[in-house]
Ligand binder design. Structure first.
Ligand code: GDP
Ligand code: MG
Length: 833
């Protein structure tokens, strides 16, 4: 009997709680667990909620909730036991004994539904299971049939239902509607998904829909005899692990494998099955975004999620499903859900120029293709479709990898070469603006702040915007065509070698854009160990913020090989990530990991709109950072460098300059003499400025840390720029821009030129160039490896849930950076000399 059917004053013992995860958890916390006694305090007909008393206190439940709890009354217990024992003499039992026996019997009842494509073999399996045993009944629906049978197996009572065959669970055919209603309204304990193994792809499509529904599933891999006969190789055990569903091979027509099927059913029912877990089919970034938007509105209606997974409802709404729309029509926030759904559908269709239902179907087939690629080898070659034909090249055992490397190389090479043109224009514009203000504004701190602080600092970062947009253009292209998923696939085997999964590869690639969203993207990795390791190695993926530094240094010191070296740097980052992952998986995170499906979505010609949108979305994050963190940092660094104003100079520079200027007033100077005078004045001014700068707060800070970075060949200016890079890596460049500003009045060469000419001001290297090619390399390595940035550290803290890994990252990366830069500098110098 259902709890909702008990009348005032009656009591029952709880035998079973149905419904879905979140509801079950809540109800269990309230004390509604098997064996507990519930008494009705007030159950007025047609009134919601109903009041109950359980474990000495009173609670109220909605009628819909109470109807998901099965109870046994003393009367019922008697009839259950007498039908099970065929004895009507129950006098010897006390009431508690009766009830506990009744509960035991009832909780050993499993309701099973057979779901599958037409002709998958459901009825054959049903007949074999039911036929030889008990009670077969045939119930007719309005237009479609379902058959029921009850039999006993190993002490369990099995209620089996054979449902009509369907290819899908949309609401297009009466069969589909019937099966959906049955699953939602009858809440079978277990769904046995009968699959025809001669057409795995199409049959698994239905399985993905069952996965969306978040029900307990077992797959009967039927027609297994035919699969064996064809000689196909199907690692169904692996497939089961990937999907979190046990696969049992069966031959329905001969009744083979059915005992194993029932044993597995009992294991899943009693939560003893090791493979069963609830997975999510991954629909890709954009669709997932839409799902969560709709989901969060649906979740406001708690009672809906008792019987329906909110993710499933959200998906169905995106598919424009009529039945789900009807289901939620009476919810108070129906208009809210509707409008969010419409917005999301329009957004998706705008991006992909494709019907939202098709997008979801495609993603499902992508999921299946990915799962099959890892587990299934066909002997017979059927005619290949376009996607498969392209895949046979791009994911080829041998060619896949070089193609992948080539595409990534092409990306970075083009970024560098193509980006140089707009970069030159922006640079010219920034220079012009600086000169303009310089000419027309009176001297003073404000002018200094504008010209030497903001314009020079922000300007030196903004020149990299074209590069970053081009890089994002490529990444978006690779993502939207579907290639990125293949890249993950190609990488999977390799990723396994370092103890990670191909899925970790996506966040890592995103890390090339920005580490922050990349670390957030690691959320999709279900295994906690893998997630944390992925987070910890993501900072070795050179984010776009580091690109400006690379481009500046490479352009200045290795102009002829800049593109290739850029590639090498990114590659070193990747190698470090691999090494670190290996180290961690062998030491801190040894636990075994769970396999995932990697989706292989169909190849798609991306729309210009989606590419531009993705590119802009990422590019605008960069611009936002420039307006925020970078602007503040630039002003801060400028102020540290500008103050204090009252320096105690070692020489009386002003008098020296005055003396020289006085000479200039002599009217019979020849031009060469005048020029050399100007030059002399300029040199003294520079010397003065250098002294002033060294004496500034910034200079003192840099000098303070200089001993620590001297072994790497760095001077205090580099030290200051590295310190400032802690806020964001782009600031390294803008800091260098501010620090080397002093000489810009005379020569018009860019920052690169100034770096090339910079000499050491103190120590045993005085007068020597600061930046040799070796120092430049050491500096690049340091930039690549050290402290990612404040935002990344806070992302790691949030995603890992503790400060531990965030603090660890700070020390680990900075320590490693120092060590590597030290090696580059010291070994490099030994080799050179
Ligand atoms: P349903 O539509 O899912 O109920 O499928 P049926 O049970 O009616 O089976 C369709 C056809 O497949 C029948 O001719 C069965 O004899 C045959 N069949 C069922 N299971 C198997 C099997 O495991 N191997 C083979 N070779 N044939 C099977
Ligand atoms: Mg049938």
């Amino acid at each position: 009997m259902l709890l909702s059917e008990l009348q005032n004053g009656e009591y029952g013992i709880i035998a079973k709680v149905k419904g879905r995860g979140a509801f079950r958890k809540r109800i269990t916390e309230m004390g509604f667990v098997k064996g507990k006694r519930v008494t009705v305090v007030k159950n007025a007909p047609l009134k919601d909620p109903i009041e109950y008393s359980i474990m000495g206190y009173e609670v109220s439940l909605r009628r819909s909730e109470a109807s998901l709890i099965e109870v046994i009354t003393p009367e019922e217990a008697k009839s259950i036991i007498s039908s099970a024992t065929h004895s009507h003499n129950l006098i010897k039992f006390t009431e508690p004994e009766l009830i506990s026996t009744g509960v035991k019997t009832l909780s050993k009842t499993i309701n099973i539904a057979l779901v599958g494509n037409p002709n998958a073999g459901k009825t054959s399996i049903f007949n074999h299971l039911a036929g030889a045993r008990e009670h077969v009944g045939n119930y007719s629906g309005v237009t479609v049939d379902s058959k029921h049978a009850r039999f006993n197996y190993k002490g369990y009572t099995i209620n089996l239902t054979d449902l009509p065959g369907t290819y899908s669970l949309t609401a297009y055919t009466p069969e589909e509607v019937f099966v959906r209603r049955f699953i939602h309204e009858q809440n079978p304990d277990i769904i046995i998904n009968v699959i025809d193994s001669s057409n795995l792809e199409r049959n698994l499509y239905l399985t993905t829909q069952l996965i969306d529904m978040d029900v307990k599933i077992i797959v009967a891999l039927n027609m297994y005899d035919e699969l064996i006969e064809r000689g196909d190789k199907f690692d169904y055990h692996m497939m089961g692990k990937l999907l979190g569903i046990p696969f049992v091979p069966t031959v329905g027509s001969k009744g083979k494998g059915l005992d194993k099927l029932l044993d597995t059913t009992i294991n899943v029912f009693t939560d003893k099955d090791k493979i069963t877990r609830h997975i999510h089919v991954n629909y890709g970034e954009e669709i997932e975004k839409s799902i969560s938007a709709i989901q969060s509105e649906i979740k406001k209606n708690q009672h809906l999620t008792i019987n329906y997974s909110s993710r499933y409802l959200a998906l169905k709404l995106l598919e424009k499903d009529k039945l789900v729309d009807k289901l939620i029509k009476n919810e108070p926030n129906y208009t809210g859900i509707r409008s969010i759904t419409d917005i999301e559908v329009n957004r998706l269709e705008g991006i992909f120029r494709e019907d939202s239902e098709t997008l979801i179907t495609d993603a499902k087939y992508g999921f299946i293709a990915g799962a099959l690629k890892e587990t299934y080898k066909e002997t017979r070659h059927k005619k290949k479709q376009t996607t498969e034909r392209i895949d046979s090249i791009l994911t080829h055992k041998i060619w896949g990898f070089p193609i992948f490397i080539f595409l990534i190389w092409l990306t970075f090479f083009t970024t560098f070469t193509l980006g140089q043109y707009p970069m030159g224009w922006i640079e010219a514009g920034v220079n012009w603006l600086g000169n303009f203000i310089n000419l027309y504004m009176p001297d003073g701190p404000l002018k200094d702040l504008l010209v030497k602080g903001i314009i020079s600092g922000v300007g030196s970062v903004i020149v990299f915007l074209p590069n970053i947009l081009i890089l994002f253009l490529f990444i978006s292209l690779l993502e939207d065509t579907g290639y990125m998923a293949r890249a993950a696939f190609i990488m999977d085997k390799l990723m396994h070698k370092i103890g990670l999964h191909g899925k970790s590869f996506i966040p890592l690639v995103m890390g090339f854009g920005c580490n922050v969203p990349a670390i957030m993207a690691s959320r999709t990795i279900e295994n906690r160990n893998n997630r944390i390791v992925t987070m910890l190695i993501t900072p070795f993926m050179s984010c776009s913020a580091r690109l400006p530094v690379y481009i500046l240094i490479l352009g200045a010191f290795f102009p002829e090989n800049a593109g290739n070296l850029l590639f090498v740097i990114y590659f070193i980052g990747i190698l470090l990530a691999i090494g670190t992952a290996l180290l961690f998986k062998k030491t801190i995170f040894k636990a075994e990991d769970i396999p995932f499906v990697m989706e292989l979505p169909p190849y798609r010609m991306p729309t210009t709109r989606s590419i531009l949108m993705h590119m802009w979305h990422k590019g605008s994050q960069y611009l936002k950072k420039m307006g925020g963190v970078i602007l503040v940092a630039v002003i801060f660094i400028w102020a540290l460098g500008y103050y204090p104003r009252n320096a105690n100079y070692t020489k009386d520079f002003n008098t020296e300059i005055e003396q020289l200027k006085a000479k200039l007033t002599n009217s019979n100077l020849t031009q060469p003499v005048a020029d050399s005078l100007y030059h002399a004045i300029r040199l003294i001014e520079l010397e003065k400025e250098a002294e002033r700068q060294a004496n500034s707060y910034l200079g003192r800070l840099g000098k303070f840390i200089e001993p620590a970075i001297r072994p790497l060949g760095f001077d205090w200016k580099m030290g200051v720029s590295l310190l400032s890079g802690v806020a964001a890596k782009e600031i390294v460049v803008s800091t260098l821009g501010v620090l080397y500003q002093t000489e810009s009045d005379t020569d018009n060469g860019g920052l690169a030129e100034k770096l090339r000419n910079e000499t050491h001001q103190s120590g045993e290297l005085t007068g020597k160039l600061v930046f040799t090619r070796i120092t430049a390399l050491a500096f690049l390595v340091f930039i690549l490896v050290y402290f990612p940035c404040v935002a990344v550290i806070s992302a790691i803290k949030n995603e890992s849930g503790s400060w531990k890994w965030a603090v660890f990252t700070i020390f680990f990366t900075t320590g490693l950076a120092w060590l590597l830069a030290f090696l580059v500098y010291q070994l490099g110098n030994i080799i050179i000399s």
